[in-house]
Design a protein around this ligand. Structure first.
Ligand SMILES: *Cc1c(COP(=O)(O)O)cnc(C)c1O
Length: 466
């Protein structure tokens, strides 16, 4: 147990020195922060000994629960050998093993969708970095330089989507489309072509799915048709635009996008940093529609939420364009200090082993079903405009008026009010504006999943009835 003195000291030091991400520090200074000191399974414990259900998987990274014996042991075992050496000029055991396992996983997940003539579309090449933003930066630079090497120097534009989120470094922000996060940095960003978000509940065309003909793909095709010669790649989050508000694209959208990319010679960069590793009920979200991306970005769940690690995976077609004589300068000039970190790679290897051994993906269906049913019930509630899930990614959009779908004013902090109520009841969630995000660890038990949904339901009711 921590003494009151110790708690006070840590709290004061946090407030004196830590600048928290995506946080208005003025509010933070006036609050009493939860200081986490321990975790187990899908629960986190604060310094006062209170346990909370981790309803957002520690910001979408944790997949198999906290303190998994096998992952802890894998990291310890690697520590006994070497913590870190560079991939610039050297190779290391753990990163080689992981690259092999990931390549095999790519074949398992995507080979069923490849035609026999598409051998060079197999995702075989793993480029390491250490977070989701860098995975995307790497993907953008790869796509850009691929076309340069192919002698198509005018092909350097990127198409991205409204409400897309790809990280916080400037390249990733350039292809982002979340106004409140990205607007302030506009003068610093490179220009991109922004296509509409497939946000059916707030369709920009005023249409209803089904029967809309996916009008949102129209402007995308128009960009490709008129400027295809200038477009290097389309970057999107397949199936779910996560940080932009947990927006689920309608069935067929991703497949259609892939077809358009093929038709107009545009690379498809799939940012599965949030959706990868089982979150949507399949290992990768692209599998839902039988789509193979040209470049795949993965991070968050890759180590089960234990260590920072990311990969950008591509095919032999893209990789091959970078091969040449030394003096041709076709080298991919990109790298990070902690590229291929052995500790992180050993954690990821343990995670992949558990996914296989415990048939994690196969175990998700009943839990996904339960979450879907409960969210459908919750969507009937007066203050809820829309609630839906895919796999264990769920959204509840709170509205001021259900029939007109009028949002609560942003300053009303409606999402936060519900999250605060949930915290009092023992559940930690972090909303996105008026959207409650539910993303528990994949390993959550059915009983704890029910408990999470009960608390969410109860918190919404108590906020709206008070
Ligand atoms: C979180 C996220 C990122 C950024 O990852 P960081 O590790 O926070 O840099 C990129 N893309 C998507 C889809 C994400 O959800």
């Amino acid at each position: 147990m921590f003494s009151e003195d110790k708690i006070k000291r840590l709290e004061a030091m946090d407030k004196a020195h830590i600048w928290h991400p995506f946080t208005q520090m003025k509010d933070w200074m006036e609050s009493s922060p939860l200081i986490i000191t321990e975790a187990r399974d899908c629960f986190i414990k604060d310094i006062r000994g209170r346990w909370y259900l981790d309803g957002v998987s520690s910001l979408w990274v944790n997949t198999l629960g906290h303190r998994r014996k096998e992952i802890n042991e894998a990291i310890c075992k690697q520590l006994g050998k070497v913590a870190h050496t560079t991939l610039l000029g050297l190779a290391n055991e753990a990163s080689i093993e992981l690259a092999g396992s990931l390549a095999a996983l790519m074949d398992k997940s995507f080979a069923p969708f490849a035609g026999p003539e598409e051998k060079n579309k197999r995702l075989t090449r793993i480029f390491y970095s250490d977070n989701g933003s860098t995975a995307v930066e790497v993907g953008l630079k790869m796509a850009f330089q691929y076309w340069q090497h192919k002698g198509r120097k005018q092909k350097y534009l990127f198409v991205s989507l409204e409400n897309g989120y790809h990280g916080d470094t400037l390249g990733a922000v350039s292809v982002g489309g979340v106004g409140i996060f990205h607007e302030a940095f506009k003068p610093l960003l490179f220009g991109t072509l922004k296509a509409p978000s497939p946000y059916c509940y707030r369709c920009g065309f005023g249409l209803e799915y089904p029967g809309c003909g996916m009008a949102c793909t129209g402007p995308l095709e128009e960009f490709f048709r008129t400027r295809g010669d200038e477009i290097a790649a389309l970057v999107l989050e397949p199936m779910v635009q996560a940080a932009g508000g947990m927006i689920f694209s309608p069935p067929g959208y991703l497949k259609k996008v892939r077809e358009l990319c093929n038709k107009y010679g545009v690379l498809l960069i799939a940012d599965e940093v949030a959706t990868g590793f089982g979150r949507t009920g399949r290992m990768f979200a692209c599998e839902h529609e039988g789509v193979i991306p040209d470049i795949l970005c993965l991070s968050k769940g890759i180590t089960g939420g234990y260590m920072p690690l990311a990969v950008t995976i591509t095919n032999d077609e893209v990789y091959g364009a970078f091969l040449g004589e030394y003096e041709e300068l076709k080298t991919f000039f990109h790298g990070h200090s902690y590229t291929g970190n052995p500790l992180a790679c050993s954690a990821a290897l343990a995670v992949l082993e558990i996914f296989g051994k415990e048939k994690i993906i196969e175990s998700l269906a009943p839990k996904s079903g339960l979450m879907g049913e409960r969210l459908e019930q919750i969507s009937a509630y007066a203050g809820v405009g829309h609630a839906k899930s895919l796999g264990l990614m769920g959204r509840i959009e709170l509205v001021a008026d259900k029939s007109s779908r009028t949002p609560h004013p942003w300053a009303e902090k409606m999402g936060w009010k519900v999250a605060l109520r949930a915290l009092e009841k023992g559940l930690f969630i972090r909303p996105l504006g008026n959207v409650l995000v539910l993303m528990p660890p994949l390993s959550i038990s059915t009983a704890n999943l029910e408990r999470m949904l009960d608390i969410v339901h109860g918190s919404i009711c108590s906020v709206f009835d008070s």
